[in-house]
Write a protein that binds this ligand. Structure first.
Ligand code: SF4
Length: 474
């Protein structure tokens, strides 16, 4: 999963570097492994990409270089690797210099037939460096554009007509910026203005700076072209599908609570709150204290406790300097990090005996298993018999039974708790007194307040993939 961002201005403004950096910070939750950027002043370009957070990669020296060429176009990406490595070569943006110009692109999403796409490009003589989705998208687009006299809109049209999958992206030349979204609309993408400059970003939380205004989402199947003379043209190059496939996991887990990832622009936090309320009606626990797994379970926990009139307390203290465990490769690492990331409030265990832990979802169940173990260890340490503590797990989404091919890094299906175990077996594995999931009908009932349920992808709950895909190992 990744975040993309950037701008196209008529003239350089020294405040643009700060705005661009802040956009990156605001999209840091979408990827913490790499940050990269390409920028141009119309005659000259520069680029960098490296491992690390925006603050570690967009260093003082790089900001000075950025300011020195006074760029009027820039694109950037915060990346979490779902395809390809975490090395700088696999990071984005990718760039290519051809006889007729310079091109650079960054994307958010995955191609479910990546290997097939790579094979086809290589068979046609294209040299692939990283083989990741972003490189395929750039090179496939350029190959098609060259056949149409260098027309990049035609290149993107060909991409959308022939490439299933999830890609909200941006492509720049020295003096033009193209933003586009696949015809299924899997991943969000918005554009708007910051003073006199066109800006875009994966989520609306990147528009929170003073002076920034969102114009609208980029429509599925649409290409929007900006140039440094202030022109903007819209091209609906492929008809949007009658049913969108917006990733429902964006509002469940991934997007920031203050973002509005739907066409009707309701905040993600309110979506999660409603999920919690619905979960409470479907899977109530009486006389319990509600606690959230911070941070992604917070809004649903508030909804759950509000609906049932139960007290809401903080049981887990989260160390904000440890990365999201969902985004760390390797199981041993993952277990250590859960213990590093969370500590348990002893005083609550001395006072209460029945807890409902609310989280957004359950993937492998590792985090939950360690948290419950920590609760029982802490209880024992405080002189409380751990067997007197009741722990009920409530999950504000249905069981995840299939892996994602569209850009969310769920593990292979065999590693998913709900793909191989019954709910009772999961409860036993994590040492909980009960486990309760929100139903698919419940999720759709909440989603219907934001968009028609058929406009969301549900493949990770149903295994019913909306496009062609090639099973791949991670
Ligand atoms: Fe989102 Fe799940 Fe569909 Fe992937 S499979 S795009 S995580 S809803």
């Amino acid at each position: 999963m990744c975040g993309i961002l950037g701008f196209c201005a008529q003239e350089w403004d020294p405040a643009l570097a700060k705005f661009f950096g802040l956009q990156g910070f605001n999209l840091q939750h979408r990827g913490q492994e790499n940050f990269g950027c390409t920028y141009s002043n119309g005659k000259k370009f520069n680029h960098f990409k490296d491992k690390g957070l925006v603050s570690q990669v967009f260093t003082k020296e790089r900001r000075e270089e950025f300011n020195a060429i006074r760029p009027t176009i820039a694109i950037g990406q915060t990346r979490y690797a779902t395809a390809g490595g975490t090395d700088a070569l696999s990071a984005q943006p990718h760039w290519v210099t051809l006889l007729n110009g310079f091109y650079s692109a960054a994307n958010n999403g995955d191609l479910p037939c990546l290997q097939k796409e790579v094979d086809e490009l290589e068979a046609s003589g294209t040299i692939m460096l990283s083989g990741n989705d972003g490189e395929v998208i750039l090179k496939k687009t350029l190959q098609a554009a060259q056949k149409s006299g260098g027309d990049l809109v035609a290149g993107l049209k060909h991409l959308m007509e022939t490439t299933p999958g999830a890609y909200s992206g941006c492509l720049m030349t020295l003096d033009q910026l193209y933003i586009y979204r696949d015809p299924d609309g899997f991943r969000p993408l918005y554009y708007g203005r910051w003073h006199n400059t066109w800006v875009f970003a994966s989520e609306t939380c990147a528009f929170h700076e003073p002076g920034a205004e969102i114009e609208r989402e980029v429509f599925p199947g649409e290409v929007i072209v900006f140039d440094t003379n202030g022109n903007k043209t819209h091209h609906q190059v492929v008809e949007a599908r009658p049913e969108r496939q917006q990733c429902i996991f964006e509002p469940i887990y991934f997007a920031r609570p203050d973002s509005q990832v739907f066409a009707n622009r309701s905040e993600v936090g309110s979506f999660r709150y409603r999920l919690g309320k619905r979960l409470a009606r479907e899977k109530p626990v009486e006389d319990a204290v509600v606690v959230a797994v911070p941070d992604s379970g917070r809004f649903s926990a508030v909804g759950y406790s509000t609906e049932l009139g139960l007290p809401l307390r903080e049981l887990f203290i989260r160390n904000p300097y440890i990365p999201r465990t969902f985004q760390i490769a390797g199981q041993a690492n993952r277990e250590d990090l859960v213990r590093l990331k969370f500590t348990v409030m002893q005083s609550l265990l001395e006072r209460y005996r029945r807890f409902v832990i609310v989280d957004d979802s359950l993937v492998r169940s590792t985090t939950m298993r360690i948290l419950i173990k920590m609760i029982r260890e802490t209880a024992e340490h405080s002189g409380v018999d751990p067997n007197t503590i009741e722990v009920h797990i409530r999950l504000a989404s249905p069981p995840i039974k299939a892996c994602c091919y569209y850009g969310i890094d769920t593990p292979e299906t065999k590693e998913l708790a709900a793909a191989t175990k019954t709910i009772e077996e999961i409860a036993k594995t994590v040492d909980a007194n009960s486990v309760g999931y929100l139903s698919l009908e419940g999720l759709d009932a909440v989603a219907s307040k934001y968009d028609a349920p058929y406009n969301f992808c549900h493949a990770c709950f149903t295994g019913d993939y909306p496009t062609e895909y090639q099973p791949r190992t991670r």
